[in-house]
Design a protein around this ligand. Sequence first.
Ligand SMILES: CC(C)(COP(=O)(O)OP(=O)(O)OC[C@H]1O[C@@H](n2cnc3c(N)ncnc32)[C@H](O)[C@@H]1OP(=O)(O)O)[C@@H](O)C(=O)NCCC(=O)NCCS
Length: 177
Amino acid sequence: LVTSFDKMDAKEWQRTVNGEMFLISTAKRILPVEFVQEVFDNPAVFWTKRSSAADTETLLDNSCSLGLFKVQNGTKFPIGMARIVTDYVTLAYLTDVFVLDEFRTLGLGKWLIRCCRDIMNDIPDLRWSLLMTGNEQAQRFYRRELGMELLGSHANETVAAMGARKAHIASASAAES
Ligand SMILES: CC(C)(COP(=O)(O)OP(=O)(O)OC[C@H]1O[C@@H](n2cnc3c(N)ncnc32)[C@H](O)[C@@H]1OP(=O)(O)O)[C@@H](O)C(=O)NCCC(=O)NCCS
């Protein structure tokens, strides 16, 4: 059995911000399950709730899960995450984008989304990249970074669906300053 993880190699990105080293990695099982459960408990993550440890492991295993870490003396401390639920060929659904409060406004969230964009650009026959988002600031952000357009919203919903065809994701990369 060839799993999607065998087919898509883990990707890693590193950068230094204010003298501190950060890492983003898609390596399988790199994100501790307890960290993800705490993220899902966070009131800022209003769209979900904690899942059991076993279910959390399953949802991480069955998506391209990006872990954001602060690296100190060779130890990786998880400080954020994002997930792309994908078949690695045609569809990518971005969700669970989160950076711990004390590490916000440093540009790490934008970096995380740009790494997601790199992954999406590598999906060979991507038809749609999709996400749901709750606020207009986030919509502007995803429009700029991922070429996302509003797909319409439902009167009873507090979240809006956004999507981008592959060409639009590519033009968002090209427009980047
Ligand atoms: C959204 C979030 C990941 C941004 O992380 P960050 O590390 O502070 O992001 P950055 O430092 O790169 O800069 C903030 C950028 O995020 C954008 N942004 C996107 N969604 C945002 C949100 N829900 N709230 C605040 N800013 C948001 C801002 O527009 C800003 O863009 P700009 O400064 O380039 O114009 C972080 O605020 C967070 O975890 N929020 C709680 C969870 C959440 O709302 N997730 C996203 C749901 S769509």
